[in-house]
Design a protein around this ligand. Structure first.
Ligand code: C5P
Length: 232
């Protein structure tokens, strides 16, 4: 059964932990991203562990292999379970990251940021790109063949990635919304049920829960929808 991860897109450790404490036993896996980690540092990861929570560190690492390997070792010492790296770091960086992880945590590759249009990618990469999803699949395959455990992808790519990467790849999907809920700034959204049916292992669900009047009820709804997708 797929699992729910709640992103702590919060401006401070105090705000983040207030949300964690409010959700209590409803959520046990949290994503710490660049803003919160830059403000609060490893202390917020330790505070989450102190509350018995699991941590996905979403730092989207991209640097020379030696530097990324050092950061991966540091994250492994922090006991995080999931950590992101950019697939565009290439095979040497990805291999170095995988070796540094040594099975102590699972690495996820980010392929093409969803904020990129085909035109913007063409400009940055200096060659015409017309099919962004083909680039996502190409980079995901590169990451997997370099020893990376899985990928973060939009819900609309999960099904194709599950087909091309096979059953062992870890697939993590943001952009999840409850039926009829607002999309906010996400361009391509899916329900929990659809994402799980398409083969996602972890759903990153933020505002569909944090923006709800009754957050507990929203978690229950998300989990029920995930169960429906799993055929449970
Ligand atoms: O509030 P919402 O459910 O849209 O939050 C989604 C989370 O997933 C945020 O932390 C966001 O940074 C992250 N994310 C995303 N789209 C991506 C990659 C990550 O929304 N392509």
């Amino acid at each position: 059964m797929a699992e729910l991860i709640l992103p702590l897109d919060q401006p401070s450790q105090r705000h983040a932990l207030a949300l964690v404490d409010e959700l209590g036993d409803d959520v046990d896996f949290y994503k710490v991203g660049l803003e919160l980690f830059t403000r609060a540092g490893p202390g917020v990861v330790r505070a989450l562990h102190g509350r018995g929570k699991r941590v996905f560190l979403d730092l989207k690492l991209l640097d020379i292999p030696n530097t990324v390997a050092g950061a991966v070792r540091a994250a492994a010492e922090l006991d995080v379970e999931l950590l992101t790296v950019h697939a565009t770091g290439g095979e040497p960086m990805l291999t170095a990251a995988a070796e540094a992880a040594g099975g102590r945590l699972r690495l996820l590759a980010v392929s093409v940021l969803t904020s990129f249009s085909a035109d913007e990618l063409s400009t940055v990469w200096g060659r015409p790109v017309s099919d962004v999803e083909a680039e996502v699949r190409r980079l995901a395959t590169l990451a997997r063949s370099s020893g990376i455990d899985g990928v973060v992808s939009s819900a609309h790519e999960v099904s194709a990635l599950r087909d091309s990467l096979g059953p062992d790849a870890v697939l993590v999907t943001p952009g999840i919304r409850l039926q009829g809920g607002p999309a906010h700034d996400q361009r391509r959204v899916a329900t929990p049920e659809q994402a799980v049916r398409d083969g996602a292992d972890y759903l990153v669900v933020g505002r569909a829960i944090t923006g709800a009047d009754d957050r507990h009820a929203a978690v229950v709804q998300v989990v029920e929808s995930m169960r429906a997708g799993a055929g449970a």
